[in-house]
Design a protein around this ligand. Structure first.
Ligand code: 2IP
Ligand code: CA
Ligand code: CA
Length: 391
């Protein structure tokens, strides 16, 4: 399994390289930021290149992991569908071909004859990024057989920020509210039976900008939690530090009343707003916030949380459904929180259709320690009163 982790880190680095390329090469960037103006010319042209970038990255991850781990083929799922449809309704299946040349031909056709863009992308699809060997991964002894496992991929989380761009240099010790650092590539491995997340990679393609060469570099984080083994590229947050204040990170589109409740309970200065579900979960793993709470049913999906969830479990935290926590707390008291089940990733919601089948039902809480989970649930339960389970 340590080789699987290495393979996932490598796949995430290739994904990050493709994401950076689409912003650094003019031939691609122009397509990425192109406004949809309607009209057939624009429709025939790639009406939604950002979707193509998403689909392509997802297919690259599926391909690269599948080649090394054939037992995982058919068990790697993602947000996107491999069929890409342009504005005229013409569909083509995006895939990694046997050679750079073949992939370039396919992508050029999808890009309505834009050979320069097709070749640039094909090259990035086939070149192996150089990654530093992480000795901590080498040293892991994990014996979960890959034929018990399946994967959720979000090829680009926070697409809006990816398209918009931007970077606020001043934010180092608190979460970025928006901009390229909120963009992540999320890969999460879960058990086919039981659905617990056991291994996760969160890649942040845009972290440092080198003004001299105009290039971005990123960070990659991983965590493993299976068979009693917990390991991560991050260290567990130091909860004994006296300066440790409780803080929360929320979506800027979080329900106003819900946000106000939290502001009253914890003080407005301890609430941060940030873009990207994956990024907010990463902020919790990094200790930039104690919890990420989302009250919206369907605000996030399995692919938004599986990878970061494994990372959090590796650090002694987790992700649970907000609604079930509040119910447990109200009916059984604070001690029930210790046994609130972790979100599972293997079963669709049969009462729903399409992508909604994979929504994180009833909102979520991502936390770095049981203490943080209790603090936020206690505050919400008290604020909402004993009978209100609608939150
Ligand atoms: C989105 C993206 C959004 C996020 C939403 C995700 O994924 O991360 O930013 O909303 O939850 O599903 P918010 O930023 O308000 O938290 P994608 O970009 O993959 O659609
Ligand atoms: Ca997402
Ligand atoms: Ca996405």
């Amino acid at each position: 399994t340590a080789t699987l982790l290495h393979c996932l880190v490598q796949a995430s680095e290739k994904a990050a390289a493709i994401a950076r390329l689409c912003r650094s090469e003019n031939a691609l960037f122009e397509l990425l930021v192109q406004e949809k103006t309607g009209g057939d010319k624009n429709k025939k042209f790639v009406s939604d290149f950002k979707t193509l970038a998403d689909v392509l990255i997802q297919e690259v991850i599926k391909h690269d992991v599948g080649v090394k781990f054939p037992v995982l083929v058919g068990h790697i799922h993602g947000e996107e569908n491999s069929k890409f449809t342009n504005g005229l309704g013409e569909s083509e299946t995006v895939r990694v071909c046997a050679s750079v040349a073949d992939t370039a031909v396919l992508l050029t056709r999808i890009l309505d004859g834009n050979a320069r863009a097709g070749q640039l992308l094909a090259h990035a699809v086939h070149v192996e990024p150089e990654i530093m060997v992480d000795h901590r991964i080498r040293g892991l002894r994990l014996d979960e057989p890959p034929n018990n496992l399946a994967i959720w991929v979000d090829p680009i989380d926070s697409t809006n920020q990816y398209i918009q761009g931007g970077y606020n240099m001043s934010e180092h010790t608190r979460p970025h509210s928006q901009g390229l650092p909120c963009v992540t590539v999320l890969i999460g491995v879960y058990e086919r039976i039981g659905g617990l997340p056991v291994m996760g990679v969160v890649n942040q393609p845009f972290v440092h900008y080198d003004g001299e060469n105009g290039r971005w570099s990123g960070n990659v984080f991983w965590g493993v939690c299976c068979n009693g083994e917990q390991a991560s590229s991050l260290s567990p947050p130091d909860s004994t530090s006296p300066a440790d204040t409780f803080s929360l990170v929320l979506s800027s589109s979080e329900d106003r009343a819900f946000r106000s409740t939290l502001e009253e309970a914890f003080g407005p200065d301890n609430i941060y707003l940030a873009a990207g579900a994956g990024y907010k979960e990463l902020c919790v793993a990094k200790g930039l916030a104690s919890v990420f709470v989302s009250s919206e049913d369907g605000g996030t999906y399995m692919w938004d949380s599986c990878g970061p969830h494994a990372l959090l479990r590796a650090l002694g935290g987790g992700i649970v459904r907000l609604k079930s926590c509040l119910e447990d707390y109200r009916h059984k008291g604070p001690s029930a929180l210790a046994s609130t089940p972790q979100i599972r990733y293997h079963k669709p919601l049969l009462s729903r259709e399409g992508a909604q089948q994979w929504a994180n039902e009833g909102g979520l809480v991502a936390y770095s320690s049981d203490k943080s989970l209790c603090a936020v649930i206690e505050a919400l339960a008290q604020a909402c009163g004993p009978d209100d389970t609608t939150t």
